[in-house]
Design a protein around this ligand. Structure first.
Ligand code: M6R
Length: 606
C-alpha cells in the first residue's frame, strides 16, 4: 500500500528520503516520487521502483526538507501524472497523501469550477489546491491544512510542504503516520518500523491529529484546533534484521527465521512447573479466564488462517466455544457483542483497515478486544491497549510466513492459559509446553532436510489449479498453503477440509491434477486417507506432507516428511514445506516473490 516518508533537518534530504522510501518498498507500490524544497519546491515522480525514480534525479539537489511517496493506485491509473507528490496551481504547496478522499468528485468539480486545472485523476491532488486556497486567507499553514481537511471526507495520512515556510504539516485520519524525533532533524513515516533506522524516539499521531513539524519541534493539535500533548515513545530494539543478508529473497529468509522467531515468541511466556501459559499482556486473571463464555477471533488472509488454528485449539484445550470471523465482513454482519466474551484480533502489521474497523465496532458495542500483533506501537495494538505481541521481528516479504507461525504459537499459549484455568490438567499443559519448546529445533531439523520440494514444484508449476486438503488442524494449514501459492506463483488454488472433497470439488479432478495433502499423525489421519484414495482413483497426483517414518508415505507420488511432532502443534511444522513449495514455484516461474503483483504488505484501505 502507499507509503510516506518525510524529512526536515540540516542534512541533504534527498538521500534520506530515498533511504526511507526504499525501506517502505516491501509494502507494495507501483509508482514513486519526491518533492524537495530548495528555494522552490522541485518534484520528481515516475511509474516504477524507487531505483527508477532515483535515476531521474539531478545530482545537485541540495534542499534539507522534503517528502516522498510510494503509490499503490486506488483513484486513477498507474501513470507518472497520478504518482505523488501533487502540487497546487502555483507550486507553492505540495502534498503526499495516503488514504482515500471519498468526496473527491465534488471537491474536484468545485476546484474546476473555480478555474483550477487538475493535472491528475487522483482524489489526493484536490487537497493541494484546497490548502493553497486556504493559505491565501491568512498565510498560516496549519490553519490552512485544518480548514481544507474540514471540507474533506475520508481517510488521510498527509504531509504538506510549503515553499514559503520552513516546516512540514502532517495530518492523520484512518491512515497511519508516525513522527521520528532526531537531533536537530525530524522524520515522518507512514510505517513506524522504518523510522528505527533513523531514530528510536517516535511520536504516534492519532486519528484527527494535525502536527506542525520543524527540524527541532513538533506541535500537535486536533482537527478542531485544540492543542494536544506530544508524547515521545522510545522504540524497543527489534531483534530481527530488516536486511536481506545472505538470502536472495525476504520470503526465503523469513521462512528460515521461523525457529528463532518462535523462540522469541515463547520466551518467558511458558510456566513449565504449572504447565501453564504466562501471557501477561492479556491482563486477565485465572478467575477472569474461567468466566469467559466464548472467544471470537478476527483477521484477514494469513492472520485469519492462524485464527482458525487458534479457534480449534481453544475449543480443544479450554472447552469453550470459539469462532473465527473474516475481518472485512465482521462489522457489516451486525455482530452481537457479549461484553464478557473475549475478542482477539490478529494482525502482523497492526495496520489492516478491515481488522481495525472490527476492533472499533467491538469496542463501540462494549466488547473487550485483545490484539495478537507483530508491529509494536501499530494502530491496532494501540487501539486495543491489551494483548500479545508475537515478536516475529520485521516481516518484509508480502507473503507472510514467520508471522503465521508466531500467531499460531501465541494463540496456542493463550488456549493453554484458558485451558489451565478450566479443565486442562497440569500434566497435559506440561506436555504441550514441552512440545512447543521442541518446535524451533524441529523446524531447523526439517529445514536442513527439506525433502523433494522441487518434485512437488514440477507437479504444480504448470497446473490449471492446485488442491490443498487436510482435516482438523490441518484444514487451516491447507488454506494457508493455498494462499501462499496463489499469492506468489499466481496459480489458482483451492483449499478444503479433506472430507468435503467428495461433496463437489472432486468434479474438478483430471488425470494428473496435483493435490497437496497435509496428513500429520493425528486422530483424523485415517479419515484423510479415504480422501487420498478417492482422489487417486480419479487420476490425481498426490503430494503428501506426513510425519517421518509414517507408512502413509506409501500413498503419495511425492512424499515430504516432517519430524514427528505433538499432534496439537503439527501446523507449526506442516506449514513449512508449503511455504517452500510456494517460494520455489514462484522462483521457477520467474516471479518477483517478495513483491507479488497487485498485492501490498499492509492493506490500509477497506
Ligand atoms: O498485517 P495483517 O496480518 O493484518 O495482514 C493480513 C493480510 O493482509 C495478510 O495476511 C495477507 O493475506 C498476506 N499477504 C498473506 O501472505
Amino acid at each position: 500500500m502507499c507509503g510516506i516518508f518525510g524529512y526536515i533537518g540540516s542534512k541533504r534530504a534527498t538521500p534520506i528520503l530515498i533511504d526511507g522510501m526504499r525501506r517502505l518498498e516491501y509494502r507494495g507500490y507501483d509508482s514513486t516520487g519526491i518533492a524537495i524544497k530548495d528555494g522552490d519546491i522541485s518534484i520528481f515522480k515516475k511509474v516504477g521502483k524507487v531505483s527508477e525514480m532515483r535515476s531521474i534525479l539531478p545530482l545537485n539537489i541540495q534542499g534539507t526538507s522534503g517528502i516522498g511517496h510510494t503509490r499503490w493506485a486506488t483513484h486513477g491509473g498507474v501513470t507518472d501524472a497520478n504518482a505523488h507528490p501533487h502540487a497546487s496551481a502555483s507550486g507553492d504547496v505540495v502534498i503526499v497523501h495516503n488514504g482515500i478522499i471519498n468526496n473527491s468528485r465534488l471537491l474536484r468539480a468545485s476546484l474546476m469550477a473555480q478555474g483550477i486545472e487538475l493535472k491528475s485523476e487522483t482524489d489526493s491532488e484536490a487537497l493541494a489546491h484546497m490548502i493553497e486556497i486556504e493559505l491565501a486567507i491568512d498565510d498560516d499553514p496549519e490553519a490552512a491544512v485544518r480548514r481544507a481537511l474540514q471540507k474533506a471526507v475520508g481517510t488521510w495520512g498527509l504531509c504538506v510542504l510549503f515553499k514559503n515556510h520552513d516546516l512540514i504539516v502532517v495530518a492523520r485520519n484512518g491512515s497511519p503516520l508516525v513522527i521520528g524525533k532526531g537531533d536537530g532533524e525530524t522524520f515522518i513515516s507512514s510505517d513506524g518500523p522504518t523510522l528505527s533506522e533513523f531514530t528510536d524516539r517516535v511520536v504516534y499521531l492519532e486519528d484527527g491529529d494535525i502536527a506542525v513539524v520543524t527540524a527541532t519541534s513538533i506541535k500537535r493539535s486536533s482537527l478542531k484546533g485544540d492543542s494536544k500533548k506530544v508524547e515521545v515513545t522510545v522504540l524497543e530494539k527489534s531483534w530481527g534484521e530488516a536486511e536481506l543478508g545472505a538470502y536472495e529473497h525476504f520470503m526465503l529468509k523469513e521462512i528460515h527465521e521461523q525457529p528463532d522467531a518462535l523462540r522469541h515468541c515463547i520466551s518467558g511466556r511458558l510456566d513449565r512447573v504449572r504447565g501453564n501459559g504466562r501471557l501477561g499482556g492479556l491482563r486477565l486473571s485465572p478467575s477472569d479466564l474461567a468466566k469467559v463464555p466464548h472467544v471470537r477471533l478476527i483477521g484477514c488472509g494469513t492472520a485469519l488462517n492462524a485464527a482458525e488454528i487458534g479457534q480449534l485449539l481453544i475449543e480443544k484445550l479450554a472447552r469453550i466455544p470459539a469462532v473465527t470471523h473474516i475481518a472485512s465482513e465482521f462489522r457489516y454482519n451486525e455482530p452481537v457483542i457479549n461484553p464478557n466474551a473475549l475478542h482477539f484480533v490478529i494482525s502482523q502489521s497492526g495496520e489492516t483497515a478491515d481488522t481495525l474497523s472490527a476492533v472499533k465496532e467491538i469496542q463501540l458495542k462494549g466488547g473487550q478486544v485483545h490484539g495478537v500483533i507483530n508491529v509494536v506501537g501499530s494502530t491496532i495494538a494501540r487501539q486495543c491497549r491489551q494483548g500479545v505481541y508475537i515478536h516475529s521481528g520485521p516481516e518484509q516479504s508480502v507473503a507472510s510466513t514467520k508471522a503465521f507461525s508466531n500467531m499460531v504459537a501465541a494463540l496456542t499459549m493463550f488456549a493453554l492459559q484458558v485451558g489451565r484455568s478450566r479443565s486442562t490438567s497440569k500434566e497435559r499443559g506440561q506436555e504441550i509446553i514441552h512440545g512447543l519448546q521442541q518446535i524451533p529445533h524441529l523446524i531447523e531439523e526439517y529445514l536442513e532436510n527439506q525433502g523433494p520440494i522441487m518434485e512437488a514444484v514440477e507437479l504444480v508449476k504448470n497446473a490449471k489449479s492446485v488442491f490443498f486438503l487436510g482435516r482438523g488442524l490441518s484444514a487451516p494449514v491447507a488454506k494457508e498453503g493455498a494462499l501462499k501459492l496463489m499469492e506468489v506463483a499466481y496459480i489458482p488454488c483451492l483449499a478444503y477440509p479433506a472430507g468435503e472433497m467428495k461433496h463437489g470439488p472432486i468434479a474438478l479432478l483430471e488425470e494428473g491434477s496435483p493435490i497437496i495433502f497435509i496428513v500429520p499423525n493425528d486422530h483424523v489421519k485415517e479419515k484423510t486417507v479415504s480422501a487420498i484414495h478417492e482422489s487417486k482413483a480419479r487420476g490425481a497426483k498426490i503430494i503428501l506432507i506426513h510425519e517421518e517414518g509414517d507408512d502413509i508415505s506409501l500413498e503419495g507420488d511425492v512424499n515430504i516428511a516432517i519430524p514427528k511432532v505433538h499432534s496439537l502443534l503439527s501446523p507449526l511444522l506442516t506449514v513449512v514445506p508449503l511455504q517452500l513449495i510456494a517460494y520455489h514455484t514462484a522462483i521457477t516461474l520467474g516471479h518477483d516473490v517478495d513483491r507479488p503483483r497487485n498485492l501490498a504488505k499492509s492493506v490500509t484501505v477497506e
